[in-house]
Design a protein around this ligand. Structure first.
Ligand SMILES: *Cc1c(COP(=O)(O)O)cnc(C)c1O
Length: 392
């Protein structure tokens, strides 16, 4: 069982703020913050390159931790400055040609969809959106029926930015594997709140960020690329970290996933990311997941009893993201009023997930995202505050 008291002691700010924005940026636990500060101090004291040399072992160890975290191999991990760029490096390395199909989900993240549009325009590839089933998750049956020899990529958001839905990543993986089609998973909102096993999922590429449920620093992220496909994927950008320059007219791209990295990195952030992964592994992802689901279910149930509040989460399995709208009060106003009471949430707007929001005719919704260090008492206080705000 998780020691919630300890987790809260190691997150001192949760004493004075009620943080339900773990899908935006979670609060970093103290060991993460300390590791970063220590590294910055060391850089100031002896020089940044010298600090990186001295800390080389812990910096390299970040790859082992990330690999262990998602059941990959260390050479399948790239450290990248955010999830969007990690995803881009994977996506833009796929050689699309006219008529190739990209299959994606209704809950797809806005930035990903913009990239599909750009590639469709440039290459003549086509985007096909897999419909949802009755529960609101991606329809596995529909995906099966859409597969044909023109499908080049299945590209899915595991947990959307705008709701509690968890798409059936493993089922999707089975279909992609059977058809021998590339499978890219945006796991930005799922890593850190649930166990992720890339072998079980069967994805070829997976992108994630540090600052969300993983509780790491901002501007850190990572990319997983299966070693079976990595050498067939040429990064859209190269530098002298990603490739060797052995002679004037020659370059050789690295054989591992670090071909997707670039040379200059935020070492304090990278070290902090490693500590965040270590911290999560120490607590145990199964226990974290059970706790997060329990709190989120409780929050949904409680919110549903408030007259005028509409809980909006889709799907069969639901996660730590809880979304709702009010009949009378705009989501932005609710956020502002909550902020006055020391409560942090996000407003998720249409453009972040346009296909889904248009289909459901929603302009914006309040996103309250819980983590294991949150408490039942905070849920009570949160719901009371929402009640007050909408009945004013
Ligand atoms: C937040 C988010 C991203 C982008 O992550 P960054 O680290 O900000 O680049 C991508 N996909 C989903 C589903 C997200 O929620």
């Amino acid at each position: 069982m998780l020691d919630i008291e300890k987790a809260r002691r190691e997150t001192p700010s949760c004493e004075h703020i009620l943080h339900f924005d773990n899908a935006g940026a979670s609060l970093m636990p103290q060991p993460v913050l300390k590791a970063m500060k220590d590294h910055l101090d060391l850089e100031a004291e002896i020089g940044a390159y010298e600090a990186a040399d001295r800390k080389q072992d812990s910096i390299e160890h970040v790859y082992d931790l990330l690999a262990q975290f998602i059941s990959a191999k260390r050479e399948e991990i790239a450290f990248i400055e955010n999830a969007t760029r990690a995803w881009d490096m994977a996506f833009y390395s796929i050689p699309f040609k006219r008529g190739d199909r990209i299959l994606t989900a209704t809950a797809e993240y806005g930035s990903n969809y913009v990239a599909y549009l750009q590639i469709a325009r440039k290459t003549g590839a086509v985007i096909d959106v897999i419909p949802n089933d009755k529960s609101g998750q991606l329809s596995v049956e529909a995906l099966k029926n859409m597969m044909d020899e023109r499908v080049k990529l299945v590209s899915i958001t595991h947990v959307p930015t705008n709701g509690g839905l968890v798409n059936p990543a493993v089922e999707i993986g089975k279909i992609a594997r059977k058809a021998n089609v590339l499978y890219l998973l945006d796991a930005c909102q799922s890593v850190g709140q649930m166990p992720i096993d890339v072998k079980e999922i069967g994805c070829d590429m997976l992108s994630a960020t540090g600052r969300k449920f993983l509780r790491g620093p901002r501007a850190t992220g990572f990319l997983y690329v299966n070693s079976n496909v990595v050498e067939s994927l040429e990064p859209p950008l190269l530098d002298m970290h990603a490739a060797d320059w052995p002679s004037r007219d020659e370059y050789i791209i690295r054989p591992d996933a670090r071909r997707f990295e670039n040379w200059e990195q935020n070492y304090a952030g990278k070290i902090g990311l490693g500590v965040a992964v270590d911290y999560a592994l120490g607590l145990g992802l199964e226990d974290i997941w059970r706790r997060v689901k329990g709190l989120a279910d409780r929050l949904r149930a409680k919110l549903s009893t408030i007259r005028g509040i509409n809980v909006r989460d889709l799907g069969i399995e639901k996660c730590g993201i809880v979304t709702f709208t009010s009949k009378n009060v705009d989501a932005q106003i609710i956020k502002q009023e909550l902020a006055k009471r020391g409560i942090n949430v996000t407003v998720s707007t249409k453009v972040w997930t346009r296909l889904d929001m248009e289909a459901r005719n929603i302009e914006s919704l309040v996103r309250a995202s819980v983590h294991y260090y949150n408490t039942e008492d905070e849920i009570e206080r949160f719901c009371q505050a929402v009640c007050e705000i909408i009945s004013k």
